[in-house]
Structure formats: C-alpha cells, structure tokens
Write a new protein. Structure first.
Length: 150
C-alpha cells in the first residue's frame, strides 16, 4: 500500500489544508524551505531598480511558492488564496482566517464553560463524564512491567 504523503519520486507531500492550520503551516513551511522557496514568504521583495537580478529571482520564487500554496489547500479555502496577489499575501490571509476561527472557538468554549452547572443530586463523577453506562469500566492502571518509557 502506498503512503499518500509520498509521491512516486519519494518526495514528501503535505496534505491539503483543511482544519489543522498549525500543523499544516509547519509542514508547508518545511516543504518550501526544502525547495528553497520560503524566501518568497519570509523576505520582502527586492527593489528592482537597485537589484534587478535579485528582484527577478525573488519573483520567480514567489510564483512557484504561490502555485504550491494554491495546490496545498482544500477547495473551500481556495477563494481566500486566489484573492491574493503573492505567496506572502496568501500565507497571511490563511493565517488570519484560522486565527479568527480559533479565537471564535475559544470564545464559544469560554461561554459554554461559564454556563456549566451541576444538577441537584448529580455527582461530580457523573457530571464530569465518568461512567455513563453499565458497560463502561475505568481503565486499569499500568503496572511497571507493562509501562513503556521513551
């Protein structure tokens, strides 16, 4: 069986961005660094009047990095990237979308937590998600013979 993260040429491929931005960002940055394209996102564009060759090389890296960025997102994130004109702008737009989602989720969880209340007569164990059915059992404690250390 083939691994979907490796191509025929043994090149590592990053899974398309869907929900886990933090992991995707680390892996995508590593893939761009491996292809020597990360400078298009990390470094500002050189002034073409001062360094024409440097500006041309940066523009080529930017086009390649931007193409990889477009191909590395799920289809529902593509409009966010397509609205941009450079790899840096696309990268920043995706980061902003996911920071907004994370902040909204954090606010939602904070509100849910603030509204939590135990019902009269409810035990802490029952309230906290302990045994809810007769089939549920507490996991056994690991014994030293079965404990694995890293």
């Amino acid at each position: 069986m083939t691994d979907p993260t490796h191509s025929e040429s043994n090149e590592f491929r990053v899974e398309k961005l869907d929900n886990d931005y933090a992991t995707w960002a680390v892996l995508f940055q590593a893939s761009l660094e491996d292809k020597e394209l990360w400078e298009a996102i990390a470094d500002p564009q050189p002034n073409a009047e001062v360094d024409a060759a440097g500006a041309a090389a940066w523009a080529k890296k930017d086009r390649r990095a931007f193409g990889r960025l477009k191909m590395s997102v799920a289809l529902h994130h593509l409009p966010t990237v397509q609205a941009c004109t450079s790899s840096k702008a696309g990268w920043d737009a995706l980061e902003a979308v996911f920071k907004t989602k994370n902040n909204a989720r954090r606010l939602q969880l904070t509100q849910e937590f603030a509204l939590l209340k135990m019902k009269p007569g409810e035990t802490l164990l029952g309230y906290s998600g302990g045994p809810r059915s007769s089939n549920w059992r507490w996991p056994r404690q690991a014994t030293p013979a079965t404990t694995t250390r890293c």
